[in-house]
Design a protein around this ligand. Structure first.
Ligand code: NAD
Length: 342
């Protein structure tokens, strides 16, 4: 098959594993034709690490007709401008989360993509990993009965300016993994209600940067998500706990699934159903290890075969609307309805 010509925009920390996999295990469908960064030396460093890739400017990558698709690995505050430019240039887009920071931009990206037949996929592609697929299969198979709801805690201990300001805090940075997973377990979401607060000013919080004290990137968010099928999920996202300790449990009428960390590709799902102890569930085959980039690889196959990708435009729109509604609801103190069908 002809390979998808991919440009990598943003050559920071996460670009390393993407480049390793896109130029390695996923190179049967993908050709990395150029890499770019606003700091050219960052792109040059990565280019040298991965066999002398071609370094180009961000403008040339977006406007220069050198690629069919861009993988956007820039940080969240750059996503509104870069993602809109990419689809307006007629290029397929795979973006790190979140797709954009405002619903106006998300809707504009969706309109442009629809009118021009452009694919838009948004991370995380851990949803294609063995862990999440196995958990989804446990729920789909009826092993835990009729799904009732899920409960998740996303905790991280990172108060630094970069994490709160650039990565936009625990809800926008880490909840995308949980939100993506629970949508695949329990279906699309119709409404979101959140309570949020900035970091506490006492104790450890006293040394926090100002960005941790805003409602734009709250230090603690508790969210109730109403699934259209009737289940309810509750997620908490915090940057005030002692460590990264993510949990996700799905309860059904016949059993309980302790799901894998949806930020990872593998893990050990466990099911309890009428027995004293939990039983480990064997993972489905494929993508059990760190397979970042598998979403781009699937997108390449989908474009080539004119089939839907696993990470669809509709899924990108829905997950982003839910995430942004979590921030909006926390600020406004009201329930926010979700328009996108999912
Ligand atoms: N670091 C991780 O572990 C991790 C894991 C999963 C997902 N992500 C996501 O990946 C994205 C990038 O994360 P990172 O850790 O690599 O960040 P980073 O800050 O290390 O790197 C981002 C790079 O993008 C460049 N950049 C910024 N604006 C740009 C623009 N307009 N055009 C071109 N380049 C631009 C910066 O110069 C920098 O080199 C974020 O959305 C993050 O949420 C990160």
């Amino acid at each position: 098959m002809s390979k998808l010509r991919v440009g990598i925009l943003g050559c920071g920390q996460i670009s390393s594993i993407y480049l390793k996999n896109l130029t390695g295990i996923f190179s049967d469908r993908i050709e990395v034709v150029g890499i770019a960064d606003v700091i050219r030396e960052s792109a040059e460093k990565r280019a040298a690490e991965y066999g002398g890739l071609r370094v180009i400017s961000p403008d040339e990558m977006i406007e220069g007709r050198v690629c069919d698709s861009i993988v956007n690995l820039t940080p969240a505050p750059a996503h509104d401008v870069t993602n809109l430019r990419i689809v307006e240039a007629g290029l397929h887009l795979y973006s790190e989360k979140p797709l954009a920071l405002s619903m106006d931009v998300v809707k504009r990206i969706d309109e442009v993509a629809r009118s021009r037949g452009i694919r838009v996929a948004v991370a995380p592609d851990t949803l294609l990993g063995a862990g999440v697929r196995t958990c989804a299969e446990v729920v789909r198979s009826g092993r835990i009965g009729a799904p009732v709801g899920s409960l998740g805690f996303i905790s991280v201990k990172r108060f630094d300016e970069r994490y709160m300001n650039v990565f936009r805090g625990p809800w926008l940075d880490l909840a995308p993994y949980h939100v993506g997973a629970i949508i695949s377990y329990l279906g699309p979401i119709g409404a979101v209600s959140a309570i949020s607060r900035p970091a506490r000013a006492d104790g450890e919080g006293a040394s926090l940067p100002e960005s941790a004290r805003t409602m734009e990137n709250p230090a603690l968010t508790g969210v109730v998500l109403e699934h259209r099928g009737g289940a309810i999920s509750t997620l908490l996202a915090s940057s005030e706990t002692w460590a990264y300790v993510p949990t996700l449990v799905v309860h059904g009428s016949l059993g309980t699934l302790t799901a894998t960390d949806p930020n990872m590709f593998g893990g050990v799902p466990r099911v309890r159903s009428g027995k004293e102890s939990e039983e480990a569930v064997e993972l489905l085959p494929d993508f059990r290890e760190n397979s970042r980039g598998v979403g781009v690889w699937d997108l390449a196959g989908a474009i080539h075969e004119s089939r839907p990708a696993v990470l669809t435009n509709e899924a990108a729109l829905h997950a982003t609307e839910v995430l942004l509604a979590g921030i909006e609801s926390g600020k406004a103190g009201r329930r926010v309805s979700i328009e996108s069908p999912g």
